[in-house]
Design a protein around this ligand. Structure first.
Ligand code: ZN
Length: 306
């Protein structure tokens, strides 16, 4: 399979059947596995009737489709729309809004938003780990950032504006991966577990002079980049990459997701990191990487919005 543009994708995958087979190939290769009991023998595929395209397991006798137990759930959304959404969401460097996605693939904005959340959810970074030389920094993100002037308005609005913001800890390895993790308040109790979970114990950590990083790095070596003394770049002593990643992320949020709420921030941060971490791959490879971790990623509307 090969496509370098949305046009080529639509030419190659011009029927529901071809799109469905694409998803089957991505998920199971040549050997379909029952998502209910993990049996991989005597799997029957319906070629007609209401179950057309679906499978029946010879061991547990349950019917399933390539959507079962994945981000696609049991949604009636067509496979071609899912494929287009995957293409648009992973290839737009600056992200895509649900309003734009809805227009491009022909679904309601609510459906597009739900699809965007479900695809972003596959990029979950909660188990990711990085090492070597790692730059660490934190930033306030989100809220109605596009209305920044509001902060000068009456106290009530100012309060709401502050309330709507949240913090991200950014960690990026040299020539490598980015991890962004949400947390509530900047203090050692919140920072320490994130560093322990996401940064290898023998890593070298570059931070600014913020006292919150003192005593939370355990055996990791700390390089302090002193911004006050204009010591921004001194060989390996830099936090430029993480600051740059934050400024890109903020621009994406300001430009695309203007009314991003606090509870969805982690998902957008994960999707942004995924796009950054896979930028050396082409569109086809990027979708394949994403789908390779889509097993057991089913999430309901209720789970997303709670
Ligand atoms: Zn089974």
């Amino acid at each position: 399979m090969c496509f370098k543009s949305l046009f080529e994708l639509l030419q190659t995958y011009n029927t529901e059947e071809k799109c469905e087979n694409y998803f089957i190939k991505q998920r199971w290769g040549d050997k379909v596995i029952c998502p209910h009991c993990h049996n991989d023998t005597k799997i029957y595929r319906f070629s007609k009737g209401v179950y057309k395209g679906k499978f029946k397991c010879g061991a547990c006798h349950k019917v399933f489709s390539v959507k079962t137990n994945t981000y696609m759930g049991e949604s009636p959304i067509k496979y071609q729309k899912w494929l287009m959404a995957l293409y648009l969401i992973t290839s737009h460097k600056k992200g895509i809004s649900s309003i734009q996605l809805a227009k491009d693939i022909g679904v309601t904005q609510k459906t597009a938003w739900f699809m965007l959340q479900r695809i972003a959810n596959i990029t979950n970074s909660s188990d990711n780990k990085i090492g070597g030389v790692v730059e660490v920094d934190e930033a306030y993100i989100g809220g109605k950032v596009s209305n920044k002037h509001r902060i000068t308005l009456v106290n009530k609005e100012r309060y709401e504006y502050q309330q709507d913001k949240t913090m991200l800890l950014g960690m990026i390895e040299r020539e490598g991966n980015l991890i962004l993790r949400k947390f509530d308040k900047i203090n050692k109790e919140n920072i320490k577990p994130l560093i322990d979970k996401h940064i290898e114990e023998d890593a070298i950590v570059n931070t600014d002079q913020a006292p919150v990083y003192k005593g939370v790095l355990r055996g990791r070596t700390r390089n302090i980049v002193n911004h006050k003394e204009q010591q921004y770049v001194l060989g390996d002593f830099t936090t430029n990459r993480i600051e740059c990643a934050f400024s890109h992320f903020k621009r994406m949020i300001n430009g695309i997701h203007m009314f991003l709420s606090k509870k969805h921030l982690q998902r957008y941060a994960d999707l942004f990191s995924f796009r950054m971490n896979t930028k050396k791959f082409d569109e086809v490879e990027r979708i394949a990487i994403l789908l390779s971790s889509s097993e057991n990623t089913r999430i309901t509307y209720k789970e997303i919005t709670r």
